[in-house]
Design a protein around this ligand. Sequence first.
Ligand code: M6R
Length: 602
Amino acid sequence: MCGIVGYIGQKEKKEILLDGLQELEYRGYDSAGIAVIENKHLKNFKAVGRLQNLRDKTDSYTSSGFGVSIGHTRWATHGKPTELNAHPHRGEYSFVVHNGIIENYQELKTELQKEGVKFLSQTDTETIVHLFEKNYNATSNAWESFSKTIEKLEGAYATLLITEAEAETIFFAKNGSPMLIGFNGDDVYFASSDTPIIGKATEVYYLEDGEYGYTKDGKVMLFNADGEKSFTKQTLATDKAMAQKDGYRFFMEKEIYEQTQVMNDTMMGRVLESKIDFEELDANLLENISNIKICACGTSYHSALTGSYLLERIAKIPCQVEIASEFRYKEPLLRDDTLFITISQSGETADTLEALKMANRAGLKSLSICNVDNSSIVRESDAAILTRAGIEKGVASTKAFATQTMVLWMLTLYVAQVKKTITPELLKEELDAMRHTPKALLVTDKLHTKLNRLSKRYLHGHGFFFIGRDLFFPLALEGALKLKEISYLHAEGYPSGEMKHGPIALADSELFTVALMPKSLHYEKIKSNVEELSARDATILAISPEPFELADDFIQTIYGTHPMLEFFEMMVVTQILALEISIRLGNDVDMPRNLAKSVTVE
Ligand code: M6R
């Protein structure tokens, strides 16, 4: 989840850039950099890791007088989080920062390389600066060169470019990734969201897709496919906390809505036309492996359980899942043909980390699935797959769970490819479904409004049962955990086929049952289980693509063809249900009582 800032004017630029980047820290990043041109001289600094590292590197530098400047925080997608891959990327005399993905970069890069251009990084972004300089070398016209460069780009981008060839101008373009321009007198600012410029700019213009242009002498010239265009500035908000939430009431709500976008980041460069590729995994990771054990806590444990169904069913590899705090003390028998996987959003959960250390001591190969690069769990593992969810602020995990589950689905196909346990037809079917996931995660106004209205009927009672079968059993566990974390109401996740073995004794109209009833997986079986509860007067909230006449409340879902698409769509419903109940109860959704985001104690 990269961030961009830019500034043109007389003020000291280093502090504007670093302060701006600091405001974007919450989005997550693994490296950062700035470039400044003043008096036609270029200065550039980059650092891996925390922004403080960049602050330390730039300690003795201050800009003075008029100049142009750009800065960036990078969340690695193409290429590892190294200093070379950090932005701004340089050509001979220009610098560029970019968010998004240039889909045709490989083609552009190969063309440029044939003409003798040397690339320093593994990123798609570097293509922009070389293409610009190639155009400039031919025309000596910076604006024409920039527009020609933009015309060639396919994919999503928000980009800023500065060049010694025209040292009093910042060039900008936006398509698919957010960017705005801030104004205050002759000072012009750029940023990928409001927060870096709040308190600095007084007015703002939010660029639309397909717009590009340049700023010079305090003026902004704006263009789109139809030519030059006028634009109207708006007054900039002054509340930073509100701006960080992008207008949502809570971070958790924002994170639920973000899932559709972050899923694209999780899949980027990994879900290819006809296979899954993890460039971070060594070819020999699965050599001599005939068993998988996954260890995790809380929500991460629920994604692990989901993964175990997928790994056994599709990749045909035995897979056991353990709660990390239990695993540590059970004196487990570990075999060296086992791949030991840990899953953790934070990468710092003490129980999971200790379980991993035990597996390492026993000589097992280890793989972590984690959202935080360079965290303890990532460092302790032989290999790591980052979930790329961006920073998750809400204590109740949402987008981390979604991306962990996606990584496990991708890993399943990867293992199946390597072990040759999947037919090309099934692989294609799975990949096709996978590419639809971002759509299944979309939250519509209609759905949110319905859940908001319905939530008022679920504020009392003596408890909730979330029930499901197969893959939908771990989702039931996760739905119940979400609800209890933020509403403080009692909720349990249960396999629906188990209700008759005891819990059905609790059934009455004050027992709320949230029934996950996918069409593509055991529909008739779960239907009978829910009918048994309904017959005992339990209140049923059914979630299904199939209308269900015994439901007291019903949420009709759309995707009925693939279990994982149904899974993700129903996951969103359970998350918003929990959110709305918690808001009605007046709770602090983002910081529920007694909970911490990262549990670093046993
Ligand atoms: O950072 P981790 O994924 O290792 O954290 C594990 C659990 O503490 C975490 O998932 C917890 O259950 C969340 N609060 C769930 O919303």
